[in-house]
Design a protein around this ligand. Structure first.
Ligand code: TRP
Ligand code: SF4
Length: 362
């Protein structure tokens, strides 16, 4: 079982084999202009993405849904979703972006005002600063708690599931409170919302998420099927990205400052953090020159892959020279920390104007 409210390490191959998630590499050759995270295997799995890709290639309508649960600070790992959303917006999608304040109330005990403030100051501000145009007419940002259409839809959808199904998917027990039982249904509502009449009726939707969210996708697909006759709902497609490894080698987590580079860290602290990150280097310089480094086990290399280097041939050069022992970790870290410092510094200047725009969105 995958628990969406607990973080744990994941075996991506097992997920692809056991849960019916398909390998993304199967659809990659058909994508006309794949994004960086697609090309580099960071997006490793999908359900029914081929159907979305077909619509993209034919210039037809589809929607993307992904939500943000306002709980803590955004870190560099969260940037992955924003990069994907930019790609979808450029490729003709309508974006529906719920702020999951009902979920953060139910699962984390965060009150609605605090959730809104976190959403504006952290999420919306950074989404804009990272280059996603939230004022675009094809983008709809909303708070779950203030969206009446969503709440009506959720109530309706909850008719066709029951405690046993939720228990099987999430491991809920008879002592789980009703708000927590209801939170996944609100997310099902989020994902199906673009298909209601008011938003233009049934259409294909894709949900780009980390695999911890897959239980919600399975539940949504099941409920969409049950409403196919009545409302015409089509089960959503999904894609899954790998988590960014934390600086210490464990998962990057907002609640563990030592693992994460926050988007509002100062450039100085971001640089320091990169310099302290776990590498795939060897015990000694001699050994590294002889055996080469291990980029596949290196947090620094992962930073390049996910975030810091756009140019594929530059990336390959680093990979090769790490492997053959000609690039050493000191030099490599200096380069990564410089790029990270620039990125974080640049973001900080953009955050100022972005915050003003964010305030008026919800
Ligand atoms: N549960 C998601 C999280 O923890 C947030 C979320 C709410 C979401 N609604 C969604 C994600 C719809 C994808 C689609 O981050
Ligand atoms: Fe990582 Fe760079 Fe060291 Fe290779 S040289 S192990 S990529 S830090």
């Amino acid at each position: 079982m995958i628990d969406p409210w607990a973080s744990s390490t994941v075996d991506y191959d097992k997920l692809v084999n056991q849960f019916g998630i398909k390998s993304f590499s199967e659809v990659l050759p058909d994508i006309k202009n794949p994004g960086r995270l697609m090309r580099r295997g960071v997006i490793f799995g999908h359900r029914d993405f081929d159907k979305i890709n077909k619509l993209i290639n034919e210039n037809k309508d589809f929607a993307v849904v992904t939500g943000m649960m306002p709980s803590g600070q955004m870190h560099i790992g969260h940037k992955m979703v924003v990069d994907q959303l930019k790609w979808y917006l450029d490729n003709g999608a309508k974006l529906s972006l719920p702020i999951a304040d009902m979920e953060s109330y139910a699962a984390r005990g965060i009150d609605f005002k605090t959730a809104r403030d976190i959403a504006v100051d952290e999420y919306l501000t950074n989404y804009i600063a990272l280059g996603l145009d939230l004022t675009n007419k094809n983008v709809n940002v909303y708070l779950q708690s203030e969206n009446e259409l969503l709440k009506d839809l959720t109530f309706k959808l909850s008719k066709k599931t029951n405690f046993n199904e939720l228990k099987a998917i999430y491991g809920f027990s008879p002592s789980t409170n009703f708000a927590h039982l209801y939170a996944p249904l609100v997310q099902v509502g989020d994902i199906l919302l673009p298909q209601i009449e008011e938003y233009g009726g049934p259409k294909r939707v894709v949900v780009p998420v980390g695999v911890d969210q897959d239980p919600h996708i399975r539940l949504t697909r099941d409920i969409a099927d049950k409403f196919n006759l009545e409302l015409g709902f089509i089960p959503p497609s999904s894609t899954y990205h790998r988590f960014l490894t934390g600086l210490t080698g464990d998962k990057m987590s907002s609640s563990k400052p030592k693992t994460a580079i926050y988007l509002n860290d100062s450039p100085k602290s971001a640089i320091k953090k990169v310099k302290s990150a776990k590498t795939g280097g060897r015990e000694s310089l001699e050994e590294q020159k002889e055996l080469g480094g291990r980029p596949d086990e290196c947090v620094i290399y992962e930073m390049y892959v996910y975030h810091l280097i756009d140019d594929d041939s530059k990336l390959k050069k680093i990979y090769d020279s790490c492997k053959d022992g000609s690039l050493l970790c000191g030099e490599c870290k200096a380069c990564a920390s410089e790029l990270m410092g620039e990125f974080i510094g640049d973001l900080a200047t953009k955050q100022v104007d972005s915050r003003e725009i964010a305030k008026n969105l919800v």
